[in-house]
Design a protein around this ligand. Structure first.
Ligand code: ZN
Length: 457
């Protein structure tokens, strides 16, 4: 039966729809096949191929090779040509909450006025796709609802894999400290993507609530944060026991945990508990790097929000800005250590939305400039090829068993790929915005071509 998840012999986590897909019984549509040739093909993992070629069938990549190898067997197919071809990028730490400042009152507004937030997010989705991001991992926000809109065709945007909420202890990073507790609890009960839990039973319940909402990854706070008012980014949040209980509960449902962590104690506790990804990782040192490699954990640094914050003081609350100054230096050091030691990294920006037109900082703080994160990684020690691997092939790894076969130009993988008019191996800033992204295909469908940008709705 089409539309049922119970098709085939085995269910793989990434194949299971998060919501039922209701479809009319109809004939299988004919799969579109075509070929894309490139002067340079960057596969996401492995060496670039000169005069490369990929063959697409439906929403999957069927074959990859050089044009010379593939021209004859596929000579009947329609052909596109691009200068540089690479997989669509992944932003592995993003938020669809459209906050206008990183401050509790702005967060309160965006979680209460959901239609306003949704309206602000809609063009952001198009901006991301236009800039070459075909998938995002949303680490708290309204991504599950927006993904439904994208999947049904109401909006154009990347595939969204969302955690739904961010979870911390009471008084922790996910709490809105100045808001009276009953009001906060009321927000939580009405779909706010900020949740608190205390003690193992509540931790289990709140993880199960995220699964109920359709989360593809679970986001918890291993340490305090920058954007919250009263907690300290250096301090551990959640006890070892609470973290372990949540990791185990998530694992039973084939989910991994991404742990927001700045301070070293929280990072170490999260790694020992079995969290798969460390978000931010500001106080990572040599010992942390060694443990991350031993545990095969992934670092998602999110440097872009730090750099944007340093350039635009008003984007943060006064207390947030003071905390930002503290972690910014440590985090730059941590990134360099992680890269030098060979810690596995994925690209994430912590971008939480485009500022409204008219805001003087809206040209800087906006979705669609997420590729700048690769530039900061290169500046911190990666080669451009490594940064591209972090932004493509490593993306699905941050979802554990929920990760799709995507992020690489490889037979059997999702047909998500982009064309560029300049070589990012010569200058990684080619990927910093939409200007050099000439083509975007997602699941085999072309959304952008020269002179035809992705429409803002
Ligand atoms: Zn974040």
């Amino acid at each position: 039966m089409r539309g049922s998840p119970f098709v085939g012999d085995a269910l793989v986590g990434g194949d299971l729809p998060t919501r039922p897909v209701y479809q009319h019984e109809e004939e299988e549509p004919k799969k579109d096949s075509f070929c894309v040739e490139a002067d340079l093909l960057i596969p996401g993992r492995g060496d670039p191929i000169k005069n490369g070629c990929i063959i697409i069938e439906g929403n999957k990549i069927k074959d990859v090779g050089t044009s010379a190898q593939l021209a004859r067997p596929y000579s009947h197919l329609r052909k596109y040509h691009v200068k540089v071809l690479m997989p669509g990028m992944w932003d592995c730490h993003i938020h669809f909450i459209a906050v206008q400042r990183v401050a509790w009152d702005a967060i309160l507004e965006s979680t209460q006025k959901m239609a306003l937030t949704g309206a602000r997010c809609a063009p952001d989705l198009a901006r991301l796709l236009d800039a070459g991001f075909t998938s995002v991992r949303e680490m708290a926000g309204f991504g599950i609802q927006l993904d439904q809109a994208v999947e049904e065709g109401s909006l154009v945007g990347p595939k969204i894999y969302s955690s739904n909420a961010i979870i911390s202890p009471t008084g922790g990073h996910a709490d809105l400290h100045p808001v009276p507790k009953p009001w906060f609890d009321d927000l939580c009960a009405h779909g706010s993507p900020f949740q608190t839990a205390d003690g193992v039973p509540e931790c289990l319940k709140v993880v199960r609530m995220q699964l109920r909402a359709g989360a593809r990854v679970i986001k918890i706070c291993g340490s305090g944060g920058v954007g919250s008012e009263l907690d300290n980014p250096v301090d551990q949040q959640f006890s070892d026991e609470e973290m372990k209980a949540m990791v185990d509960e998530a694992a039973r449902a084939q989910r991994v945990i991404g742990a927001h962590c700045h301070g070293k104690a929280g990072i170490m506790a999260a790694l020992h508990a079995g969290c798969k990804t460390i978000e931010h990782g500001s106080y990572l040192d040599e010992e942390v790097a060694d443990l991350m490699i031993e545990k095969d954990a992934i670092l998602v640094t999110t440097r872009l929000i730090v750099e944007n914050g340093l350039l635009s003081k008003d984007y943060f609350s006064p207390v947030g800005y003071a905390k930002l100054l503290l972690v910014a230096k440590a985090q730059w050091n941590a990134m360099q250590i992680a890269i030098r030691k060979g810690v596995k990294c994925a690209i994430g920006t912590d971008n939480a939305g485009t500022l409204a037109p008219g805001n003087p900082m809206s040209k800087l703080v906006r979705q669609g400039l997420n590729g700048k994160e690769l530039y900061y990684h290169v500046k911190a020690g990666m080669t451009p090829l490594q940064a591209i691997e972090a932004a493509t092939a490593n993306g699905p790894l941050t979802l554990g068993p929920q990760g799709p076969k995507a992020g690489q130009l490889k037979a059997g993988f999702d047909a998500d790929f982009i064309g560029l008019d300049a070589n990012p191996l010569d200058d990684i800033q080619v990927l910093s915005g939409p200007e050099h992204v000439t083509h975007v295909w997602k699941r085999g469908i072309m959304y952008k071509s020269p002179g035809q940008p992705v429409g803002l709705i």
